[in-house]
Design a protein around this ligand. Structure first.
Ligand code: FES
Length: 166
């Protein structure tokens, strides 16, 4: 079986502290039928994503083929193999925001942060998501960063807004 030292040298996100939590999760579920999904859910909650090295580790630990685990991870949109940034930017693509120019805001975000929707910046500062109506249409166009709602956003306001999140 892969050891924690092996895995953390390949992927520093899987350090001994994180992997001890993953081991607890595996221990908790491993003898239950249908344990794979809860193991993946809880592991993603701890690690933030499900890298291939972690899938291999789980595969050995619960004796389920890697191909099966990979199939589940890629089938359910809830699971991700992409690391998340420290801050998540949600750009509202609902009708009201669209009409008020969210497209230009999104374009500026993508070029300024050098990433596409669904991606994370190389320094892991931001992840970028496009979402449906956030229920704050009166503030359109709307961008939510972590739990903060920013209304009336324009491309030129972005720099100031982003500077609040390090
Ligand atoms: S359309 Fe953007 S908040 Fe409703």
């Amino acid at each position: 079986m892969s050891t924690v030292n092996d895995i953390s040298s390949v992927n520093p996100d899987l350090n001994s502290e994180v992997m001890s939590k993953v081991d607890d999760i595996i221990e908790h579920y491993k003898n239950m039928p249908g344990c794979l999904i809860p193991v993946l859910e809880d592991s993603q909650r701890v690690v933030g994503y499900l890298p291939v090295e972690l899938q291999e580790y789980i595969s050995e630990a619960i004796n389920i083929p890697e191909s099966t685990i990979y199939g589940v991870v890629t089938f359910y949109s809830y699971f991700t193999m992409i690391p998340k940034g420290r801050h998540t930017i949600k750009v509202c693509m609902g009708t009201a925001c669209y009409v008020k120019g969210i497209g230009e805001v999104l374009n500026r975000l993508e070029s300024q942060l050098k990433l596409k929707v669904g991606g994370t910046t190389d320094d892991r500062r931001f992840s970028l998501e496009a979402v449906r109506c956030l229920g704050a249409c009166g503030l359109a166009p709307v961008v939510v960063i972590d739990s903060d709602t920013h209304g009336g956003v324009s491309p030129d306001k972005l720099e100031n807004i982003l500077s609040q999140y390090q």
